[in-house]
Design a protein around this ligand. Sequence first.
Ligand code: HXC
Length: 532
Amino acid sequence: MAPVAAPEKPEVKVETKPTGIEQKIQELETMRVQVKLGGGEDKIAKQHEAGKLTARERIARLADPDSFQEIGMFAKHRASLFGMAKKDIPADGVVTGVATIDGRLVHLASQDFTALGGAVGEVHADKIVEMMNLSLKTGSPFVIVNDSGGARIQEGIDALAGYGRIFYNNVMLSGTVPQISLICGPCAGGAVYSPALTDFIIQTKQAQMFITGPSVIKQVTGEVVTPDQLGGAAAHMTQSGNVHFVAENDEDAIYITRRILSFLPSNNLEDPPRLDFDGNLESDPAVNKIIPDDPKQAYDVRNVIAQLVDRGDLLEIQSGYAQNIVIGLARIAGCTVGVIANQPCVMAGVLDINASDKAARFIRFCNAFNIPLLTLADVPGFLPGVAQEYGGIIRHGAKMLFAYSAATVPKITVVLRKAYGGAYLAMCSRDLGADRVIAWPTAEIAVMGAEGAAEIVFRKEINEAEDKAAKRKELIEKYRSAFATPYVSAARRLVDDIIEPAETRRYLAMALDALHAKRELRPPKKHGLMPL
Ligand code: HXC
């Protein structure tokens, strides 16, 4: 008898109902997806059409992969007036949390314009403030992406108070942890004061920033101006000096943020990160030829900086503002330095109101975060003129004297060529506490230029001479050879050494090493009075 096949086991379908916890996890997941959609697909599409990333896309690009931990995802506003009771604003319009950027802990807030225009309400503000507090407690930088219609009008004075708390905490963080503001969308009204209280503002070309917009200005003063003319990135870089970097778009702003952070310590108690260094301290002998033989001829000081710093890499700050002075972050033998250099190819490198403000602020920043100062002097003086005097050049120029004198970080000054009068002192002379002052053989350190000095000292002799022009020339040369050299200053120990330009990079690396452990104490006080 043939064997009988065993009957097939019927498939038993078991209805598996999600258990209590599984159901709750599903609900949680649905809610997370909902919150992550922000204001919804339409608003996200609109954001992209405007050439902007969403708040979460910005964070995803800023943070190292999988490093972002969101804090406060399910936060909700408590407002009830003007239809707010029924309004659901995902994450209350701001994504906040902690991440690493190139391996370093950073606290982040990114305003979500798709969620009620990223407007700032009470809870929104408190989420930002919480990140700031965590930055302070953990000694980590704070980065905020601004893209907001300003105070949430429906929340009235609660929104205003929220801004107040943000400003207050900006000041608490100032000088303790680095703060960076990215302006990637509208930033109007009092909202602008939070970025203004941070260390660096990066504005994209898609963003605008102003206290009062074009329509209010038209009503009050009659002036007609477009939003971009008034508060676009170019206007702030070239006219107001409010921004430190102009970014092509969000991606570029994020790249600049990462680059700034790479130079900085996480807080004021740490030294800046020291990078591996390839050991090459040679300058190109071409550096010997950068300064033209004619002392009146201009050159671009950025060519000098490129020869002195690692890989010629300078992160120039405010490159489009007060271009008669160049400031930026760079490295020498792997150590971060803040570079401050007169720019002879713009207005002969004179110091004026804007250049003084630009440099003084940067010196303060470097000092707060333990970044040594490298000053390159080639300065004919302070800019003469009624507008400068009425504009307060006395007060503004004094900021440089104040900032340099108050700075306790290592201070190294290289006199490249001219260093005249008060401007010589303002470019961190020995008397303002420079730890090292070195000069190139081309340096002319004097109370004023030889031409001007000769006119004053030898006026009688020149006027009485038969050939006045020849006499003037002769006496200018006499004055120049007596004073306009670095050797007079070196003899008085106002200059530590005179070196061949090509040796400068090596000299600086050794001096920075020697000064690394510098500690300088100042008399205890609440604070000095920076001439503001
Ligand atoms: C509440 C706001 C808002 C705000 C925008 N929205 N700003 N909601 N309070 N301040 C909402 C809009 O109603 C809209 O909601 C959504 O955000 C997107 O705004 P749109 O106008 O559709 O976008 P767009 O055309 O791109 O214009 C963006 C804008 C404009 C230029 C920013 O929204 C605007 O002018 N907003 C008002 C700006 C302002 O005056 N702020 C100052 C507030 S007082 P729906 O539901 O339609 O999506 C202030 C003082 C602070 O800030 C002082 C601190 C010291």
